[in-house]
Unconditional design. Sequence first.
Length: 255
Amino acid sequence: MIKYTDTVQSVERTLKIIEALSEEYELGITDLSKRVGMGKSTVHRLISTLHAAGYVLQTAEGKYMLSLKLFDIGNRVINHRSIRHEAKPFLERLAELTHETVNLAILENDCLVYIDRIESMEPLRIGLEIGQGYSAHCTALGKIWLAFISPLELEGFLSRHTEWQRYTEHTIVDKDMLREEVKQVRINGFAVEKEEYRAGVHCVAAPVFDHHNRIAAAVSVSGPSIRMLEDVMAERIQQVVTITAQISARIGYKL
């Protein structure tokens, strides 16, 4: 067992239970209690929480075993690291072509998360933090994700959000309007965002697909509206679509 210091006790105990279950196919409350050195009531409370969250399963005999949820999370971590590594040279090429900020993002827990970015060298540029969650309804990257997840996943997203923050006067906050916007993005194969998240900022984005032909990430080019004019944005769309197709091919996507 790993020894923890300076930790939240309930989290530490929960992790010990997960580790104990990883060493055995299934365990009952009594055996689990002995393994982790906790009282039965504490183990039952914590494992009930894990069960409710889908991290453990209960057998017909009342014993507990790990579900595949942790395996799924681990796979996503591996995939994200792999995508970031494989996409890097293509993102650098896109940054060289456009002289604007280039972003690579995924969707996690209904939030857009930037996993890599290359800052523009221009004095006036767009700054967002890698690893932080951002709203998906008002960004080109977010619309790409919403357009290329399954219809069931999209409806789940829409049902979980009854209200959306209005960041600017251009932010879409109506569910039906967003659904139509996302539908058009899927048809076009790219997304455009004009001052929906930040005033004075325009952005274009396109999807990256994996070897399962599923969306794996999204790439965008963002910049000040004074530089991202209509004719420039049309060129940026072609550039980001070309680059994302190359990244997709690199990680195994086949038409």
